[in-house]
Design a protein around this ligand. Structure first.
Ligand code: XIL
Length: 323
């Protein structure tokens, strides 16, 4: 890695995080993480399919490895995620009455949050529960179909009981889009008014080099500031594609430059909003590990701050250079 570069974490007024994954397969990626980041989020290892693949059989080998690594490096850890419609085994919903489903949820949440009590500072308790195209703004997941809003209430209450000091977040994508922003706002306000122990809102921010405008991101942060909750950017990346079908054989250099300016305008917003933003997390430390190389299709993408050789991209300089 380039050792002479300024460390990102010293250049920003909030925790600078990255998603990461099994350091035993990372090698030098661990050095990059340690130099530039003071926060991490296990990308897959704490999800339900990884931690409780069969009912009551918990597996923490990979999760423990990552949490131990991050703890030794003094990093703030975001736990991701306790209840989600994706990467959740089928057994969870099989023959599940509402009571059975909530019991399964309670045991899962209690087991994970208790295991990492005092080490995982922040949990994404529920992930992607909003659907602004539904009349009530809630995604028609199996969770919702079987248990309604109670799965959200149960997840937060159980997590809070297991570790009262952990900060509990609701996390979603497209929160910068006005309609989704309002649907999420309505839900969070309702939960808060009911006394559900929710501490913060996570904005995933999977963006692309053109859309949406940074001003929409700022408008979202200002909107939620009215609720007096913590906010974090949880999964930032900036795709070089503006659609779901195009592919490049090689990465056009002018797009990397454009991306650099895009990161700069976003970090200008984050710096301005630093009093409301506890942390900004990018979804991967370098392009070679990005999920956007396999989603929504397999293609060459380069959405992050460091390239495949772990060299700083214009995007890195966009973060470092304030306006
Ligand atoms: C992604 C992981 O990065 C991939 O490795 C996995 O195959 C799919 O999930 N929103 C989320 C994250 O909340 O959990 C997703 O992570 C990316 C989209």
């Amino acid at each position: 890695i380039q050792t002479g570069l300024p460390s990102l974490k010293d250049e920003v007024p909030f925790t600078m995080g990255s998603a990461f994954t099994r350091p035993d397969t990372l090698g030098v990626h661990g050095q990059l993480l340690a130099k530039h980041f003071n926060g991490v989020t296990p990308g897959n290892e704490l999800k339900w399919d990884a931690t409780e693949p069969r009912e009551g059989e918990f597996t923490f080998t990979d999760g423990d490895y990552l949490v131990d690594w991050a703890t030794e490096h003094g990093m703030t850890i975001r736990g991701h995620t306790l209840a989600w419609h994706s990467q959740t085994p089928d057994w969870v919903f099989e023959n599940a009455t509402k009571d059975v489903l909530l019991q399964r949820l309670e045991r899962h949440v209690r087991t994970l949050v208790t295991r990492y009590k005092g080490r995982i500072a922040v949990w994404d308790v529920v992930n992607e529960v909003v659907d602004e195209n539904q009349p009530d703004g809630l995604r028609r997941s199996k969770w919702y179909e079987i248990a309604g809003l109670d799965f959200i209430r149960t997840a937060f209450r159980t997590a809070h009981e297991a570790d009262p000091a952990a900060k509990l977040f609701i996390n979603d994508y497209n929160t910068e889009l006005p309609r989704k922003r309002e649907a999420l706002y309505k839900l969070v306000k309702q939960l808060k008014d009911e006394g559900v122990p929710i501490d913060g809102v996570g904005h995933q921010l999977h963006l692309n080099i053109e859309h949406p405008p940074a001003a929409d991101v700022e408008a979202t942060i200002e909107r939620f500031a009215g609720l007096g909750l913590d906010q974090q950017v949880t999964e930032l990346d900036v795709s070089i594609y503006t659609d779901f079908v195009s592919t490049y054989d090689t990465i056009p250099p002018e797009l990397l430059l454009q991306q650099g300016y895009r990161y700069k305008e976003l970090f200008d917003v984050f710096r301005r909003q630093a009093a409301r933003l506890g942390s900004v997390t990018v979804w991967g430390e370098s392009d070679d590990v990005s999920w956007l190389r396999s989603w929504p299709i397999t293609r060459l993408n380069a959405p992050l701050l460091f390239d495949d050789d772990l060299q700083a991209k214009p995007a890195y300089w966009g973060v470092v250079d304030p306006s």
